[in-house]
Write a protein that binds this ligand. Structure first.
Ligand SMILES: Nc1ccn([C@@H]2O[C@H](COP(=O)(O)OP(=O)(O)OC[C@H](O)CO)[C@@H](O)[C@H]2O)c(=O)n1
Length: 346
């Protein structure tokens, strides 16, 4: 019997008859706000702001019956509308009350809506910083200069059981959201945006552009060189130790797994790091509320989770993932489809 890090007593329920090595839950874009139902900016999708916390409640009830070893919350937990109503802290308290009923550990990713509500400094010392759940790795040496830069990046990794690792990435490391003007990263991010997007409102995609060029909008962001070099080190360690790695991020990085308007600015650089390592098996993201999926040419599964906020009250949008030696079985609830994800052959 494998020893699971931080495992609470009891065994997660089996899904398909075979005993999984471990089980985790995943949910994205709850975006709770204490306001009436509304829509997205283009008025093409309905948003159920108050009900989203009820769907989170139902997800937690479901998970409490399964006892997963941890939950991954993919960002945008509360909507930016809370800020306008001076309700950010209260809204966070309301959603966290639901998570606190969950008898397992929660790993929180940060999305654009976290930065509409809170500063990066506030988030670093808040309940949404789950870096305390990081696994220590003495053999990964980090030079002191890199270390100083990394301190302002919210990324970490953990190993729930030997041979498996999860890496949580900060997709707003390069962003005009959460970076103070005129800091180096703010200036660098504004330049990336303004070089590509000539609109007054930088949340509107660049005029006349279609496809992946639409990603240069303010509600997206990217990954700094320091973060990518840190990721490269973790993946080198994982390769050497024959681990299987799942990466979690608010922003997707594969154009075929999402509406391209939701892609990370430097998604190509991230893909190039992932493809230079044999350990990566899955990349999970949120942000595109319609969800998406693509298995890339290297066999990496790119899962974009459907957003709770655009999920009608009579259904839901979350998943439980059963991890086996040769595959992950994703069991979706409501709008999320079931998937069997075999690991790429090495
Ligand atoms: N053309 C646009 C689009 C958006 N905005 C404003 O930007 C903020 C964020 O938009 P929002 O749709 O809430 O962001 P999500 O993270 O929920 O979703 C991302 C993608 O839209 C999914 O497709 C908000 O303040 C909008 O009003 C804008 O000004 N112009």
């Amino acid at each position: 019997m494998l020893q699971l890090e931080g495992q609470h007593s009891g065994q997660a329920k089996m899904f398909d008859g075979a005993q999984p090595l471990f089980v985790f839950g995943v949910i994205a874009d709850v975006q709770y706000a204490n306001v009436d139902n509304g829509s997205n900016y283009l008025k093409t999708r309905r948003r159920y702001y108050r009900n989203s916390v009820t769907l989170l409640h139902d997800a937690v009830e479901h998970w409490n019956g399964i006892a997963p070893h941890f939950i991954v919350q993919l960002g945008d937990l509360i909507d930016g509308l809370n800020k306008k109503h001076n309700f950010s802290a209260k809204a966070l308290e309301i959603v966290m009350k639901e998570f606190q009923r969950c008898r397992t550990k929660i790993h929180h990713v940060w999305g654009n809506h976290e930065f509409y509500n809170f500063t990066r400094e506030y988030l670093m010392s808040s309940i949404l910083n789950s870096k305390v759940l990081e696994s220590a790795l003495d053999d990964i040496s980090v030079n002191p200069e890199d270390h100083a830069a990394e301190a302002a990046i919210y990324s970490y990794h953990f190993s729930p059981t030997p041979s498996f690792r999860f890496v949580l990435l900060d997709a707003y490391d390069l962003s005009v959201l959460g970076r103070k003007a005129p800091s180096k990263k703010y200036n660098q991010s504004l330049k990336i945006l303004q070089d590509k997007n000539k609109n007054q409102n930088l949340n509107c995609p660049p005029e006349g552009q279609c496809g992946t060029e639409q990603r240069f909008v303010q509600f997206n962001g990217g990954f700094s060189k320091e973060q990518l070099s840190w990721l490269d080190k973790i993946l080198t360690y994982a390769d050497k130790n024959l681990e299987k790695v799942t990466i979690i991020s608010h922003l997707p990085v594969h154009p075929d797994s999402t509406d391209p308007i939701c892609l990370a600015w430097n998604y190509e650089e991230v893909l190039s790091v992932l493809h230079s390592h044999k350990s990566v098996v899955c990349f999970m993201a949120g942000h595109d509320h319609d969800g998406g999926y693509h298995m890339d040419h290297r066999g990496i599964h790119h899962v974009t989770m459907e957003g709770v906020i655009e999920t009608p009250p009579d259904t839901n949008a979350f998943a439980t993932v059963y991890v086996h030696q040769d595959r992950m079985i994703l069991k979706g609830v409501g709008r999320v489809s079931d998937r069997i994800m075999l690991y790429p052959s090495t």
